[in-house]
Design a protein around this ligand. Sequence first.
Ligand SMILES: Cc1cc2nc3c(=O)[nH]c(=O)nc-3n(C[C@H](O)[C@H](O)[C@H](O)COP(=O)(O)O)c2cc1C
Length: 238
Amino acid sequence: MKITVFNGSPRGIESNSHRIVKPLLEGAAKAGANVQEIFLVDHNIQHCRGCFNCWDKTPGKCTINDDMTDMISLYLESEIIGLATPVYNMYMTGLLKNFTDRLLPLATPHIQVSEEGEFYHEGRVNSFPSQFMIANSGFPGDNNFKIIQALTSLQPMVLEVYRNCGELLAQPEYDKYKKRVEDFYSELSKAGKELVNNGYVSDEIVENIHKELISDKDYMNLGNQYWDDELEKNKKGN
Ligand SMILES: Cc1cc2nc3c(=O)[nH]c(=O)nc-3n(C[C@H](O)[C@H](O)[C@H](O)COP(=O)(O)O)c2cc1C
C-alpha cells in the first residue's frame, strides 16, 4: 500500500505539520506501507490558470509543464493520500489550495447530480485514493478549524487531525509538556498503523490524538512571552 502526504506548509521539513505527519507515516511504514511526504514548497507548482485546457484541448492533461505532472502520478499511485496544512487565515495555505486546484485534470467537465441533490464533476479515473486531513493551528481552541472542517464534511476522510496549540510542537525544550507531546506522537503512530491494517482509525485513537496538550491559559502566556522576548532581542540587536 502506498501512502503519500502532501504537506502545504511553507516551512517544509521544519514545519509543525511535518512533526505531525512524521510519526503517522512511521507507524504506517511499520505496518508495511510504502510512505512518502512531499513538501509542496520545494516544488515548482504554478497556480491553475482557469483555461480549462485540461477539459477540452488536452483532456486529462494540464498544459502547464511543471512538477504537478509528477504530483498527479504520485497521487494516482497512492491508495491513501494525506493533506497537511497549518491554518492560515482560518483555512489551508495557498500552497495546498494551489495543489488541490491543480487536480482539475482528474475531473471531466460533465456535471452530475447525486441522490442527495448535490452537484459534482464526474471523475476521469475509476478510483481515487482515500484521503486524510491534518491541520494545525497557532491558536488554542477549535474555532480556527471550522472552515477546513466544512470542507472535510463534504469530502469523505479516513482520518482528520486538528491539532490546536500547534506551535508547542516546535518547543521541545518546554519540559512540562514533553510527555503530553510524546503521547500525541505515539497516538499518531498507532493511527498510521491502523490506517494500513484496517483502512480507518478507531474512535479511541482519534480521541487520544485530540487530547489537550497544554491549557489555553498556559499556551497564551508562553506565546505572548515568547513574542515579547523576540521583540526585545531584536530591539537590542538594532
Ligand atoms: C500568514 C499566516 C496566517 C495564519 N493564520 C492563522 C489562523 O487563522 N489561525 C491560527 O490558528 N493560526 C494561524 N497562523 C499560525 C499557524 O497556523 C501556526 O504558526 C502553525 O503552527 C504553523 O504550522 P507549520 O509549522 O506547519 O507551518 C497563521 C500563520 C501565518 C504565517
